[in-house]
Design a protein around this ligand. Sequence first.
Ligand code: PRT
Ligand code: MG
Length: 212
Amino acid sequence: MITIALSKGRIFEETLPLLAAAGIVPSESPEASRKLIIGTNRPDVQLIIVRASDVPTYVQHGAADLGVAGKDVLIEHGGDGLYQPVDLNIAKCRMMVATRVGFDYATAVQRGARLRVATKYVQTARLHFAAKGVHCDLIKLYGSMELAPLVGLADVIVDLVSTGNTLTANHLVAVEEIMTISSRLVVNEAAMKLKHATLQPIVEAFRQAAGG
Ligand code: PRT
Ligand code: MG
């Protein structure tokens, strides 16, 4: 059995055409069925539905052979035990620093004062500000980061931005791009060797369908 770990929502939706290119069609939608294990047209392939940030963990431990995870998630996880053979170019967005409208970020960063940074992406934020030589106090949040600068919990947030609508709706503005983000195919290192004959064609189909 080949097990593929996906999160529902944008990753599931944007992975569907790649699965189709590999000849894999899920037998139902996770949104509709609420099932966590979903069969496919291939009796030897199943999907498991997990939280986006849990995909690398399932694949690392071999509970799934393959998975699709954002670069943001992979940086926070660290990537141990995972091959990342294909950038799928899906679920694209940008990792940004954002502040309240009117907050003087450029000056705050120059002054050498400590910056209070609220984020779900502590690893990414730590590396970014360390590279700039900016001292920061990291405040770990699990969601609704946009609130933090509004209520004085932090000076800035580090978060994903796609349309920018969420920032605008909360009177925040992006002040710096940290990196562009897309999702990658991840493969369990041991499975890649032991199940090579079955996995390789799926990896290649994903590579072709992703455009390279
Ligand atoms: O939602 P949940 O808490 O279950 O988990 P998750 O947020 O980790 O999963 P999901 O499915 O929302 O995101 C999965 C992956 O999609 C992420 O790991 C990213 O790699 C990628 N992705 C692409 C995004 C976005 N675009 C995105 N816009 N992930 C999150 N967002 C959020 C962002 O955090 C912010 O809250 O959307 C909001 C901003 O959107 P705009 O369009 O208003 O700018
Ligand atoms: Mg989300």
